[in-house]
Design a protein around this ligand. Structure first.
Ligand SMILES: Nc1ncnc2c1ncn2[C@@H]1O[C@H](COP(=O)(O)OP(=O)(O)OP(=O)(O)O)[C@@H](O)[C@H]1O
Length: 640
């Protein structure tokens, strides 16, 4: 969301302490504007610098400043790392909690992403299926692999290799990124791999191969941050799929290229690339000297948004500098914060789709290549594990091609799930040291590891990809269950129930929803449904999972089979609408319906004329609604 134009906000004056987004200093809110004026003059790029302050600015003025932000970042980066400053995903995933200052401070930092060395081709063509042109050669830079190719005696750390490679790319002088951003101009890089592959019969079904890496190196690279975070693309070139949203012919494409970003809402299923697209925009915006600030609705308050907006207004007024505010997980804002209709009318909604299997294969292959893992072609049944060699240039970790396909398929379009499943599968296999050693006396470093289809299935289960309890999937599945029962589809009802419970959903949560369903959808068509639901809730409470699953299953099937009635639910909604829409004071309770416990009340006419129904053998003619609602039937229509 781009913010521009000054606007006074008295709310801000109430803030006590705020943090300068440039030097990170805390200060009274009243001082931030004047401070920013000075701070930004001293540090126009707006890079966040830890422990920076006036003294540091002085150092810079005297030429004692540390290396440029880019060089610093490179030296600090680690294996396959994203920029040192937090990405939107990090803030949303609570990485900030690890720091002393919590996630809030971090999430407010401006992006400090480096300019990408490749600017020539912003949007990639969709990578074709592996049968014709597998993977993307350049999608993963493989610095460590490059070191191996160069015959480096002592393998460099990933950091050093990445730094050098980026410097080389930048150092080509024209800044157009033609230093092999996509790997096309990297002669021999993959050819040598092909030679390895031929030796082991590991052609990977036409998929490209990475350089050989020792199992221990791969294990180290996989530890720490989730692989999905490490693999987050920095450029549109590595952004796979989503051509309908950001492809050549889209309206968004030229805007992204020129960094004229309109207010956007990125909408799509989990792990399809929303945050990643924002991350790419952030990288790009750095090149255009646009500030990019990220907040996560999981922990940001309305005040935080106001704070950022105020700073953005200052930037715009004084420095003509634009700000892009990225709010991740915006659906986590409560309703009043979202102001849905108003928000939607001001934003372009970009719908990202669930990633198809081919795109998932490409994303996984990019990671597999980056890790230096070789793909085994199941159509060529050579057993690479039987090959004896102690040469360090030969691959030590393999993955079956059908394991890649299965992973791509089971990830269900969620790249995060796929990548993290891969990470767990490889780590589990490496950690258990279940090596396929064919020769006795083989050392660990020379033994080989095979990642099988079963490994990735286990990896997926361990990463709980099938159900995201805290996220969108939680709401999607409960909605699907509710609708299946309403539609009297007992099989579908059981399916959605099992999907939630197997995914770790709280059975009491499901039971509470069933209590609601019993009245909302079955109602008086079968009043015992409510008793069933309450009993199921109590039963779950007593015995817990997994025993209680069958209680819920019984209740769900009962509800799917039960007759349905929304009569009461609708009528009650009509009454609520009547009350909400009423103009002026609500009508008084008719006197004859009022209780009259005292003499005074009786004298005032309370209860006067009331007909006590049990005393009458015939139906009683008596009014129960206020005068102005006489004759209203909430079961037939909404009156007010
Ligand atoms: N289109 C893509 N191309 C390449 N990698 C992708 C793509 N989409 C997602 N990924 C990978 O998957 C990871 C998760 O994606 P991302 O965080 O963008 O998902 P998201 O759509 O924001 O999901 P959520 O709604 O759950 O937050 C990224 O870190 C990246 O490694």
């Amino acid at each position: 969301m781009e913010v521009s134009g000054p606007e006074d906000d008295p709310f801000l004056s109430q803030l006590h302490q705020v943090q300068c987004p440039v030097c990170q200093q805390m200060m009274p809110a009243a001082h931030i504007n004047s401070h920013l004026d000075r701070c930004l003059l001293l540090n126009p790029a707006g890079h966040a610098e830890p422990s920076a302050g006036p003294h540091r600015a002085g150092e810079r003025a005297k030429g004692l400043s540390p290396p440029s932000a880019k060089r610093r970042r490179l030296s600090e980066s680690s294996a396959l790392k994203q920029p040192a400053t937090p990405t939107a995903a990090e803030s949303s995933e609570g990485e900030g909690e690890e720091g002393d200052d919590g996630g809030e401070t971090e999430s407010r930092e401006s992006y400090d992403a480096p300019p990408t060395p490749s600017g020539a081709r912003l949007i990639p063509d969709f990578p074709v299926a592996r049968s014709s042109s597998p993977g993307r050669k350049g999608s993963g830079k493989r610095p460590a692999a490059a070191a191996a190719a160069a015959g480096s005696a002592s393998p460099r750390s990933w950091d050093e290799a990445e730094a050098q490679e980026e410097e080389e790319a930048v150092g080509d002088g024209d800044g157009d990124g033609d230093a092999d951003a996509d790997g096309e101009d990297d002669p021999g890089h993959w050819d040598a791999d092909a030679a390895d592959a031929a030796a082991f019969g590991a052609s990977g079904g036409g998929r490209p191969h990475a350089r050989a890496l020792a199992a221990e190196e791969i294990r180290q690279m996989l530890e720490g941050k989730p692989l999905a975070d490490k693999m987050r693309p920095d450029t549109l070139q590595d952004y796979i799929g989503q051509s309908r949203a950001v492809g050549q012919e889209t309206l968004l494409r030229p805007l992204l290229e020129t960094n004229e970003i309109p207010s956007l809402i990125l909408w799509g299923p989990p792990g399809c690339g929303k945050t990643t697209l924002a991350h790419i925009i952030a990288n790009n915006s750095k090149k255009h000297s646009i500030r990019f600030v990220t907040l996560s609705a999981t922990n940001a308050k309305t005040n935080d948004v106001r704070d950022v907006i105020k700073q953005a207004q200052n930037e715009k007024s004084f420095f003509k500098r634009k700000t892009i505010l990225f709010i991740d997980e915006i659906h986590r804002f409560n309703k009043s914060q979202q102001v849905n209709a108003a928000l939607l009318s001001r934003c372009r909604v970009i719908v990202l789709e669930k990633l198809p299997v081919e795109a998932m294969v490409a994303i996984l292959m990019r990671a597999i290549n980056s890790l230096g893992i070789h793909v085994l072609d199941s159509s060529r049944p050579t057993d690479p594990l039987s090959h004896s060699s102690n040469s360090s240039s030969e691959p030590s970790v393999f993955i079956e091609d059908k394991a890649v396909d299965t992973l791509a398929y089971l990830s269900d379009g969620d790249a995060r799930a796929g990548l993290n499943g891969l990470q767990l599968a490889v780590l589990a296999r490496l950690s258990s040291r279940k090596m396929f050693c064919k020769k006795s006396g083989q050392t660990y470093s020379s033994s080989r590891v095979l990642i099988t289809e079963n490994d990735v299935k286990e990896g997926l289960q361990r990463s709980h990809i099938l159900y995201d309890r805290a996220g969108e999937e939680h709401y999607n599945c409960i909605s699907a269950l509710h609708k299946s029962m309403r539609g009297s589809d007992q099989s579908a009802s059981l399916y959605w129930l099992a999907r939630m419970l197997e995914g770790g959903e709280d059975p009491l949560y499901v039971a509470r929803r069933l209590v609601r369903f019993a009245s909302e959808d079955i109602g008086l068509a079968d009043p015992s449904a409510l008793a069933q639901a309450v009993a199921a809730y109590q039963g779950c409470h007593f015995i817990g999972m997994p025993e209680c699953e069958v209680l819920l299953a019984q209740c769900v099937v009962y509800f799917a089979r039960a007759p349905k009635s929304i009569e009461v639910y609708s009528a009650y909604n009509n009454v609520k609408a009547c009350l909400r829409n009423h103009q002026g004071p609500l009508p008084p309770v008719p006197l004859h319906l009022r209780n009259a416990p005292t003499r005074l009340m009786k004298d005032m006419g309370y209860g006067k004329g009331y007909k006590y129904n049990p005393m009458y053998s015939e139906p009683v003619d008596q009014e129960y609604l206020p005068e102005e609602l006489r004759g209203v039937d909430f079961f037939k229509q909404r009156r007010c």
